[in-house]
Design a protein around this ligand. Structure first.
Ligand code: KG4
Ligand code: ZN
Length: 376
């Protein structure tokens, strides 16, 4: 029996792409078409498996992806009412991320691509976060992007599907990592961001005088380790024993306000640089798990408006890790003819802008020998 023919290239729904995401602690699959319609999606969080350890354990993550990815993929294909023969491409996160998990998703995509003769699209996880705003809001290039997730904190100019210019990155922790570490310190569990946000909502942000790291310094780089230490010291200064609810709320509120203030200060420099270098740009986009934070969104809205830009913040479920963004990045790549060979390698580190100077530095980068020197 012949496989059904894929939709013609000039059909609005072209291309139909299966996306697979396994780079951290979510196993996710999705089928998305060229109109941006999500035909089916599934996200399986491994939270319960990692929670006892207070963070993601790479070996547990990889095993869990292996155990679940086939079933999830079959489920989304069935829900989408699509056969593998009808796909126009198979996309998977090929990095950056925890290498064991990335291998599971990429190998699965390779197997489907090989068995059904479909193009393979090896997607950069950060690019998938970055391009989500084009799926949700058809944002044109160029745009300024604040990418804030558990592993990354960067300001980038997104110039094309595969062209990114990094203006700043973190010297130490990522914003989400800071949320997670503070949450752990306060006994709020993992992942920390949503818990800190909930406690912060009823706290007094002015009670503790937390620092705004790098505030006023030139450039767009970030640093959060000093803030984290200040929260620890404030927590240790409180009476021993379990935290009083009011103390917990005030610590969370003070930390969140300082982090958002610091992000805003660094972003201000990015906004100035972007509006000067790309006067045709009209959008500030925020992406990554921390973009789900509503206090951050409100602060960014004010910053964007002050520069005459529209803020685009995808819905929270598309800000945290998911496979819709991977399928969409695959669609964008396929449209540009950016197809990958079946022997493409998974990459634990994969910077979006390999020529960017290292965090905190302005010296020209070394010749692009692999991807050393950046925090992916
Ligand atoms: O993008 P993501 O799902 O995974 C990575 O690629 O890292 O981001 C996860 C991060 C975690 O650090 C989590 O604590 C943070 O996003 N996060 C939040 C919120 N929701 C998730 N941080 C602050 N406020 C939130 N509401
Ligand atoms: Zn992510």
């Amino acid at each position: 029996m012949c496989a059904p023919a894929p939709a013609p290239r000039d059909a609005p729904a072209w291309p139909l792409v299966l996306g697979i995401e396994t780079s951290c602690d979510e196993t996710a699959c999705a089928v998305v078409d060229g109109t941006g319609t999500v035909r089916a999606e599934a996200v399986l969080s491994q939270l319960d498996e990692h929670a006892p350890f207070g963070g993601v354990v790479p070996e547990i993550a990889a095993r869990s992806h292996l155990e679940h990815v086939d079933r999830l993929m079959t489920r989304v294909m069935t829900q989408a009412g699509a056969t593998y023969g009808e796909l126009d491409g198979v996309a998977a996160t090929a990095g950056p991320g925890l290498i064991g998990g990335v291998m599971v998703g990429l190998m699965t995509a390779k197997a489907v691509a090989l068995a059904h003769g479909k193009p393979l699209l090896a997607v950069n996880h950060l690019a998938a976060h970055a391009l989500t705003a084009r799926l949700t809001d058809t944002v044109p290039f160029p745009y300024l992007l604040l990418l804030v997730s558990g592993g990354h904190c960067q300001i980038l100019v997104v110039e094309a599907v595969d062209r990114f210019r990094r203006l700043g990155t973190t010297i130490d922790d990522a914003a989400g990592e800071a949320f997670d570490k503070v949450a752990k310190m306060l006994g709020l569990g993992y992942p920390g961001g949503p818990a800190v946000e909930r406690w912060a909502a009823r706290g007094n942000a002015g009670r503790f005088a937390f620092p705004r790291p790098l505030k006023g310094r030139p450039g767009c780089d970030f640093s959060f380790s000093g803030l984290k230490t200040a929260v620890r010291q404030a927590a240790e200064s409180l009476p021993p024993g379990p935290f009083a609810e009011a103390d917990l709320a005030d610590l969370a509120a003070g930390f969140q306000a300082a982090l958002i203030d610091s992000l805003g200060d660094r972003l201000e420099h990015g906004l100035q640089a972007f509006t000067a270098s790309h006067p045709e740009g009209r959008h500030l986009v925020v992406a990554g798990g921390v973009a789900a934070n509503s206090a951050l969104r409100a602060a960014l809205l004010a910053r964007a408006e002050a520069h005459g830009l529209a803020l685009v913040a995808p819905p929270p479920r598309l800000c945290t890790d998911n496979a819709v963004m991977v399928a969409w990045a695959g669609i964008e790549r396929l449209r540009q003819g950016l197809i990958d060979p079946l022997d493409v390698a998974p990459r634990p580190r994969w910077p979006l802008d390999p020529h960017a100077p290292p965090a905190g530095g302005t010296r020209p980068p070394a010749p692009p020998a692999g991807e050393a020197g950046t925090k992916a």
